[in-house]
Design a protein around this ligand. Structure first.
Ligand code: ADP
Length: 396
């Protein structure tokens, strides 16, 4: 008897990621990615035990996308109905001030999510679209929303508040919410378990470095600060997002370059970060350009590292010292050079990377600190789908 399976859905504006996960063992039954929804050439790839199914078809909208997902799952062996999906877990980016826990989806919750959309115009509408289609497709199965912001609802007021007029802030929901919370929480728990320590007694700085990137300060399992703010635009340098910026730059671009809201949105979210500085958003491509002697790529990388170290310093002070610094996400898990440069010269703070451990290609949870490093330095692969699956099944 196989254990019950959770269908995890992460629905973006033009893509849907879906996974069938056994929440206990963590075994993945199948994992799919649908891309270029609504464009002239859609693409679907589904990996499962027996192999891979790929399709190049026009995928008109999210409804067509999830129908195609249903078809390939059946084609791979057993239909969703035969497989017995116990619950559908949906990743939702912004829970606003309302949703602090995984939440069973009903019409009222979906309506509330739509009301929150102005807070996350890029992310929540496609999340909601995915939820609506999936609820129609699987009406007899409970659906749960798991929020990126939930883990950060514990941020102290001093960390969550922007220093602007309070009335304006309140009227517009302007405060810091934090994102990637499911990953930060999962990785923090795994790190404590790996070290054989009580989560409640471990202070950690978790660096989630993927296409999007964020860092969090976690005291005893409770988030006390994080680099993303009201939206996922604040904080670290990312693939295509600027991260921290003097708000005066935006005023300047409006006044002097006549830029519109949509142009600024596009600039800061899609044409900034590594891409804006050197023309590539993929970290590997940036490293390859550096190897070829490209000065723009070098500078982009240096800005990336500089920003990251600035946050590291801030969070070491906020926590009064950390027990562990933990790397995760595509860059954090795989780039030994980035990990080396991020922590270079910090021996005086008790932070020493072991070069051999750091460069080992081992993909599992591992320690990369030197034996004498007072602060543990770990690489912990994240698994947001598994975390969503576990939270969803726990709720139902
Ligand atoms: P997402 O945020 O979309 O989930 P990932 O966590 O998969 O993305 O991270 C993607 C990033 O990880 C890309 O910039 C990619 O270049 C980088 N990356 C993946 N593998 C490596 C590697 N072996 N070395 C350096 N960077 C890598």
């Amino acid at each position: 008897m196989s254990e019950p399976v959770v269908l995890v859905i992460n629905s973006g504006s033009s893509s849907i990621k879906f996974q069938l996960v056994e929440p206990g063992s963590g075994r993945v039954d199948g994992s799919g990615l649908i891309e270029r929804i609504g464009e002239s050439s859609g693409h679907l790839v589904y990996h499962y035990d027996g192999g891979v199914i790929e399709r190049d078809d026009v995928i008109e909208d999210h409804t067509a996308g999830l129908h195609a997902a249903e078809e390939v799952v059946a084609e791979a062996g057993r239909s969703l109905a035969e497989r017995g999906v116990a619950v559908v877990g949906h990743r939702v980016v912004h829970g606003g001030p309302v949703f602090r826990e995984p939440t069973l989806l009903d019409d009222a919750v979906v309506a509330e999510l739509k009301r929150l959309s102005p807070l996350a115009p890029l992310h929540n509408p496609p999340n909601v679209a995915g939820i609506e289609v999936a609820r129609r497709l699987l009406p007899d199965v409970p659906h749960v929303a798991v929020f990126d912001t939930a883990f950060f609802h514990t941020l102290p007021e001093a960390a969550a508040t922007y220093a602007i007029d309070t009335a304006v802030a309140h009227a517009n929901g302007v405060r810091r919410y934090g994102f990637h919370g499911t990953s930060h929480e999962y990785v923090g728990e795994r790190a404590a378990a790996f070290l054989g320590r009580d989560l409640e007694e471990t202070n950690q700085i978790v660096l989630h470095l993927g296409n999007g990137a964020s860092v969090s300060a976690i005291r005893g399992g409770v988030a006390v600060d994080t680099s993303m703010g009201m939206t996922p635009l604040e904080g670290l340098v990312m693939g295509t997002r600027s991260g921290d910026l003097d708000a005066g730059v935006i005023l300047h671009l409006i006044r002097n370059a006549g830029m519109t809201v949509d142009e600024l949105d596009d600039l800061l979210n899609r044409h900034s970060g590594l891409l804006g500085m050197c023309g590539e958003n993929d970290f590997r491509a940036v490293r390859a350009m550096i190897d070829d002697g490209d000065p723009a790529a070098r500078l982009a990388y240096d800005v990336y590292v500089h920003r990251l170290r600035r946050y590291l310093g801030a969070y070491l002070v906020e926590l009064g010292g950390a027990d562990a610094i933990v790397f995760t996400g595509g860059v954090g898990e795989h780039s030994a050079i980035l990990r080396r440069d991020a922590l270079a010269g910090l021996g005086g703070l008790g932070i020493v990377v072991d070069p051999d451990r750091n460069e080992s290609p081992d993909g599992s949870e591992r320690r990369i600190g030197a034996d004498g490093s007072a602060v543990e330095i770990l690489v912990i692969p994240t698994d947001e789908e598994l975390a969503i699956a576990r939270k969803s099944i726990a709720l139902v």
